[in-house]
Write a protein that binds this ligand. Structure first.
Ligand SMILES: [Zn+2]
Length: 458
């Protein structure tokens, strides 16, 4: 007797090179694992389950992977929009005044928002992680966590725009200690749902020595380096003044370009630079909504993929992108790149869906666990109601419109059920592990306290 059988679904397994569509599909789950994937007829003949979900009229696919998110910035939703110098002037005052408890309240809100829009894996990048990791553990999602390491001074927002930031070595040491503690205390917790990687924040925000120390650590832990790379003209300006090189040239010179590197953004990277990254085996995390809103730029993800690179998609953070909704990101990735190339054939829906599932899993180093529906993988999947007005009608003959409708029409609220590590975390739109109203109210109170303190300083 297995724990769960999902049947009569339109399955998108993401196995192989495409979406792996199965028309009357079923998934057999026992404990935290997928045991079998096939047609309903096949699986019904093979398995008896304690619980069965009839997914007639529904699409079932791997849970979405948000490959780059700062949930700790959840409270700053909408505070730094439509402006220049987003980092120092926009989010700076919030960043420097928030308490750990307030950041955790925003983080929980952000995670809840993500689950309700189909995200099951959160590649979260924050400091301090102490309470944020507890959120991921409690709410029951899969988390791939990096505790941010930098040597930025705490009064960054007071430094004149364009001036080279002074680096604070002791702050870097403390943050590195926290990253090590997170790794040692949390990696593998939650029945393997919580895993930890390393997160140097950016080449412009730390010394060469600290970057190299983190590279050594990544080798020792045999893990990934999740890092913002070439994230705009501010960074390039800092790099030229401090090191006399552009970011990617500098990273290459210190041996940083390899398969461990998850290069986030690449906003200011040139075509030859992203080609080099792809050739060296680094992954790219493309955050179209965030970079569109913060910088008004579409990063060179097409050039990176044309050179053979593996790219994933991320929502980044609430003050850049306003939302952490992978359906929004998938559509933005497709539309922005089609406009940039003036070509409707680039970034097709199926490719984009892969960038939020199996290719994202590869980028963050979890491809053996998640990203596709295959026997032996962890049971992370979502059930989407295709009878919602905005996703209807479903056409299977002559063309199959399920994938384009999921990528271009879904808003996230169509996700009915979310299963993570074999557990039903959301059922019929209700997240079962937290009180949703309480999460929203706590974030509201925390945001009011934070903005009140900032107002007093103005
Ligand atoms: Zn980021």
């Amino acid at each position: 007797m297995i724990s769960l059988l999902i049947k009569n679904a339109w399955l998108l397994t993401m196995k192989g090179k495409n979406a792996g569509f199965v028309e009357n599909g079923a998934v057999a789950i026992d404990g935290d694992q997928i045991l079998d994937v096939g047609t309903t007829k096949e699986l019904e003949s093979r398995w008896n389950a304690r619980k069965t979900i009839d997914a007639t009229g529904k699409a079932v696919l791997p849970g979405l992977i948000d490959a780059h998110i700062h949930t700790g910035m959840g409270l700053y939703r909408g505070v730094a929009q439509d402006m220049n110098n987003w980092l120092q002037k926009g989010v700076g005052p919030f960043f420097n005044n928030i308490t750990g408890e307030e950041a955790a309240a925003g983080s929980m809100l952000n995670i809840l928002e993500g689950i309700k829009a189909g995200t099951t894996t959160f590649c979260d990048y924050d400091y301090p992680m102490t309470l944020i990791v507890e959120n991921h553990h409690r709410i029951g999602v899969r988390a791939r966590l990096a505790s941010t390491v930098n040597e930025l001074p705490s009064d960054l927002h007071r430094i004149k725009v364009g001036e080279v930031y002074p680096l604070d070595e002791s702050s870097g040491r403390n943050k590195l200690k926290e990253a090590t503690r997170l790794m040692d205390e949390w990696h593998g917790k939650g029945n393997g749902r919580i895993t930890c990687i390393l997160g140097p924040q950016g080449a412009d925000m730390m010394s060469r020595n600290l970057l190299l120390e983190m590279k050594d650590m990544a080798e020792n832990y045999d893990t990934k380096l999740h890092m913002h790379v070439a994230q705009g003209d501010r960074e390039t300006g800092q790099m030229m003044k401090r090191f006399g090189m552009r970011t990617i040239e500098y990273l290459d010179s210190i041996g940083y370009l390899d398969e461990r590197l998850m290069a986030v953004h690449l906003t200011d990277a040139e075509e030859n630079e992203v080609k080099l990254l792809a050739e060296k085996g680094a992954s790219m995390i493309h955050c179209p909504g965030s970079i569109g809103l913060i910088d008004g730029i579409v990063p060179p993800v097409m050039a990176f993929m044309d050179a053979g690179g593996n790219a994933a998609i991320g929502s980044d953070q609430a003050p850049g992108n306003n939302c952490s909704n992978m359906f929004n990101e998938m559509k933005s990735a497709a539309v922005f790149n089609k406009i940039k190339a003036a070509d409707p054939t680039v970034m097709p829906a199926e490719k984009v869906l892969r960038m939020a599932t199996i290719e994202a899993a590869k980028a963050i180093g979890l491809e053996k666990e998640v990203g596709s529906l295959e026997a032996g993988k962890k049971a992370d999947l979502i059930i989407i109601n295709m009878k919602e007005p905005g996703l209807s009608p479903v056409i299977l003959e002559s063309v199959n419109n399920i994938i384009p409708n999921l990528v271009y029409a879904a808003r996230g609220h169509e996700v009915e059920t979310s299963i993570i590590n074999g557990d039903i975390v959301m059922e019929n739109r209700q997240v079962k592990t937290v009180n949703e109203e309480e999460v929203v109210n706590q974030a509201q109170s925390a945001a009011e306290a934070l903005s009140g303190r900032i107002k007093k300083q103005q």
